[in-house]
Design a protein around this ligand. Sequence first.
Ligand code: PGA
Length: 254
Amino acid sequence: MRTPLLAGNWKLNCLQKEATELASALAAGCTGLAGREVMVAPTYTSIAAVREALAGSGIGLGGQDLYWESDGAYTGEVSAEMLVDAGCSHVIIGHSERRQYFGETDQTVANKTRAAVEAGLVPVVCVGETLEEREGGKTLDVIRRQVEGGLAGLPPAGHETLVVAYEPVWAIGTGKTATTEQAEQVHAEIRALLATVTSAGASAGTRILYGGSVKPGNVDELMACPNVDGALVGGASLKADDFLRIVHFKETAS
Ligand code: PGA
């Protein structure tokens, strides 16, 4: 009932030429793909080139961030409407790097999520604890605060489209992946929380992605967890072969 979503977060990487080559390889490798969705989020400056390279492939295009006002004197920002205008269907919100380096808070995540939904974008809202928080036994408290705070005021239209990404900060770009038990425990908790934020029905249909050093070698076992409905992939999404292997994860891990 939940179609797996495999999403590539390209972060601050790829000039237009590299982005176009990567997108073209993904488009070729996803021909005839059924039963799963794919999305990539390039930098703003590569969105147009990637859109062209992905044309007709069925691969979705996402922004890596947005601002919640639709226009005005906000130098450097990009609105939800602008992402839609550029061809985006999705947008990543509240990534831990934005929280860590750019002052993102649960309040700004809530503002951005609302704006994304109102513009018709699928919001991919990221949550996750730091190593210190995990070691201090605070993981579930942090997740609860981020889910409840970041989804406060989510318009009803977003109940069906919302995607949540659980990305333990200590697993991002470190090569350390959460164990399947760790991922499943937090994913199940997020789904229970979502039932109170949206509804039990909507929460059962919400895709919860795992992110943090997802690779060809661990995607199958992660995807075998009942509450893991996809992956948000950083480093491995920059290599076409690796990301295509992730997209073609095997339904039953051996
Ligand atoms: P990683 O990044 O796959 O390189 O760990 C994941 C992310 O930040 O979304």
